[in-house]
Design a protein around this ligand. Structure first.
Ligand SMILES: [Zn+2]
Length: 165
């Protein structure tokens, strides 16, 4: 900590860079607040320095690794630490259904960012409760916020890690 966050520019969708970065910031802020300070982050200018790399794409193949169809996002964790903590996560978010299409709903995209970042922070599983951000499909009920259960999960996860280390 702090996590080093890099939003990888997509030359095909360069006009979306700023808006996507704002979504990433929104999602990161929510998880950091929920963790009561255990999780923190800062943006970095160089991919080489990053611990979380965010990609936005209009190519569904970019999300193929562990694609979550309901969310159209995917998180690929590379464990390179000896302590089993993911130190490098690559996240890809499908921001258009296909090249030339309109950008997908902003709230759905922000929710996908929250969900995939949850995975990057170490939440491997999914919630069975569709009000939670960690539910595996985007069930929009008007607000894009972590639920109380999401918040409890991140607090427990990082509380445990603090205690264990
Ligand atoms: Zn998921």
């Amino acid at each position: 900590m702090p996590l080093k966050v890099f939003v990888k520019p997509n030359p095909k969708l360069s006009g979306f860079q700023k808006e996507f970065s704002d979504m990433v910031r929104n999602a990161s802020d929510q998880w950091c607040q929920a963790s009561s300070g255990a999780v923190s982050y800062r943006f970095v200018d160089n991919e080489k320095d990053a611990s979380i790399v965010w990609n936005y794409t209009d190519n569904v193949d970019d999300c193929n690794a562990v694609c979550e169809r309901g969310l159209d996002g995917a998180t690929d964790l590379k464990i390179r630490a000896i302590n089993d903590k993911p130190e490098l996560a690559t996240i890809a978010i499908l921001v258009k259904d296909k090249p030339g299409a309109a950008f997908r709903d902003r709230q759905v995209l922000t929710r996908s960012c929250l969900h995939e970042m949850g995975h990057a922070l170490g939440m491997n599983g999914h919630s069975p409760n569709d009000h939670d951000v960690m539910f595996p499909s985007a069930n929009m009920d008007g607000k894009v916020m972590l639920s109380e259960r999401d918040r409890n999960t991140i607090r427990k996860l990082y509380q445990f890690q603090k205690t264990a280390s």
